[in-house]
Ligand binder design. Sequence first.
Ligand code: CTP
Length: 403
Amino acid sequence: MKSLANKNILLGVTGGIAAYKSAEIVRHLKKSGASVRVVMTKSAEEFITPLTLQALSGNRVSTELLDTESEAAMGHIELAKWADGILIAPATANTIARLSSGRGDDLLSTVTLAFDGPISLAPAMNQAMWRDNRTQDNLNKLLTQDFGICGPGSGEQACGDTGLGRMLEPLEILEIFSSSFDKGVLSGKNVLITAGPTQEPIDPVRFITNRSSGKMGYSLAHAAIEQGAQVTLISGPVNIEPPSNCNVIAINTAKEMSDAVKHHIKEMDVYIGTAAVSDYSPAEVKDSKIKKAGDNSSMILELKENEDILKFVSELEDRPYVVGFAAETDKLIENAENKLKHKKLDLIVANDVSDKSIGFDSEENEVTLITKEEKQLLKKQNKKKISKKIIEFISGRINEQNN
Ligand code: CTP
């Protein structure tokens, strides 16, 4: 188990028979150097006394949301600010349901709402309750919101049934929980990301461009940096502040983007092409502003095809892990699969841009991750969360390749 030295851990104990194991969890947490505070639900007190957990943690156990005395000592907001991580063990089916619906009607649920950090659940319930679709749906909702899960284990249960649902042993739980503090699955990796649109000049005052806010690329840059990567961001003109700790290269045209990519690609472990690169640019750029004829005649603009940057990268002999984006208005999966194959990508992120609530300027996105072997839908959620999952997916695949 990784050290939890100097970490402030809030242990949530809810009402299941496995609550007796919480005492052991507190003991191990203390032993690994953590400061521990315990929050118990009302029903947890039927299984283990606050006094036991207080004696083991060395801190007053909190049980009430609306209690002047405990709020004065350390209220729900202070507890959320104090904690570096929350572990809920045991997490009953009822707790999982309440957390997934965002309830804030007792101290533990309120603290989790106010907390912005790793929360792990150690489920404990009867095997039929665990298998029930409602429990699984509630749990999946929490997992897409960055909750971690420790277990459950399989075996004989207190009620006599056998199956999945038994709470893991304290040390098994802490092994998983402590790894949620690990930083940097991409630590030591170089990641090149292209973002935003390109602008292809027609004359000094006009250009051709694509719709792209750059949000997805910038958010992926943040997520990769958070995972310890060294990020180079080659960006077309956008209105977003770039992350402070990354190398930003501002470009305008597809040719400039392509040159910048070629310049930086050598050292890269991962290439992510989110940019909406203009497929064509004017065959000739006029030095002075084109005047309209003013006689209702039509104007023909000759365009030449730009290089496919993504394809260039994937055809390199010593290529990085190559990720493309497919923004499609129809036949999403079919078109994305064709691009995956044609551009020889490791991964393509398919994005339906005909749906106004996702993509382009929106804060949310829903994408399907497609590789040769698998398809994974990341349901509609904010771009920050989607980015985190895409980065986790990529790092998982790179690590597989390296093993
Ligand atoms: N792309 C690129 N260079 C180009 C065009 C696209 O690197 N000249 C990359 C984009 O950054 C994206 C992926 O290719 O990751 C798919 O872009 P998209 O415009 O959807 O695909 P195209 O290949 O241009 O196909 P089409 O426009 O016909 O759908």
